[in-house]
Ligand binder design. Sequence first.
Ligand code: ADP
Ligand code: MG
Length: 392
Amino acid sequence: MIKKESIKNIAVKGKKILIRVDFNVPLEGDAVRDDTRIRAALPTINYLLESGARLALISHLGRPKGVPHPDLKLDPVAKRLGELLGRPVKKLDLVTGPEVKAAVDSLTDGELLLLENVRFEKGEEKNDPDFARELAAPFNLFVNDAFGTAHRAHASTAGVAAFIPAYAGLLMQKEIEELSRCLDEPGRPLVAILGGAKVSDKIGVVSRFLELADTLLIGGGMANTFLAAKGYSLGASFYEKEQLESASKLLEEADRCSCRLLLPVDLVVTRKLEAGSPSAVLEPQAINGDWKVVDIGPQTATLFAGVIKEAGMVVWNGPLGVFEIPPFEQGTAAVVRAIAAGKAYSVIGGGDLVAAVESLGLADQISFISTGGGATLEFWEGKELPGISVLR
Ligand code: ADP
Ligand code: MG
């Protein structure tokens, strides 16, 4: 496993610390609609405040692409963070410069402030070393707690580490530990489940789980591409034509390896992608005309549930159907319930899957919910994540 020095082992009292957090939260007007990500950073923030550190938090929000955007300022986040901490959080409209330095210098032990959306700055996503130097200038230490952006080499996730000592925050460390379990010491049988829209996002992770897992269950839009590669026509269903060859290669890989790969044996289909639209359950060979696949079918859910019942560990990314449009969340829901009923240690990741599990009210049935989407996939794939590799 990747091992990082804990912030609990270093002297932080009186130190000026820049913390990269992932406060990329959904907003509704000027309020935070879902504060899960803010809550996830609280252990690190509280620990450092109680230890007498002086903190400046920095995050991105949305995709302003290097230009300030009034709707993407972090003021609503400062307000919500203040409510969660039980004290007001001062927010600056800047990220670097003399005013930031003065504000940081005026902090006393155990005080904090929040900087502006770092993606208002052109140097951020370019990982511009001059910008990273300016960012680091007011501080003694850097702590990265933003696992969700750790796969990006940006100035505030990786670049700053060239100028001040960089450490993993408590959330970052927890993510590394939990996501490493399936790689280093998996409960057996290890069952991996992959869904979501596209194979193209997930080829590396399919391949990796074919090596690691005992059984790989595939659903969602990406299952269509595999079924199409096996020769089924699937009517008007979404699939990726340009990925048929990679899907065929992965199917060949599956034949050679000891991992069992299961694709849906029946599917929920509809003609219109809207709530309440009439649907049917068909086997893959029966899907034609203008039918669109929108979920795994009940036989598939039972098949998957049987595999999960015997599992020692389940890891899962991507919903198994178009969960946003009821009742096409049922396949995903059946599989979460199977996890809840079983004895397996379970780890899930991916923005949409996590949203699906939360909207079903079943989040407490999962052993660990990763805050990462792309970062979780890259971690499982075995790639080096720049926001992690720069940490001590
Ligand atoms: P995650 O964020 O969990 O990694 P993805 O972003 O890869 O998941 O995919 C989520 C999207 O996949 C959802 O918007 C969902 O509607 C879509 N999806 C799932 N099943 C299908 C399907 N059969 N056809 C089309 N889209 C699907
Ligand atoms: Mg997604």
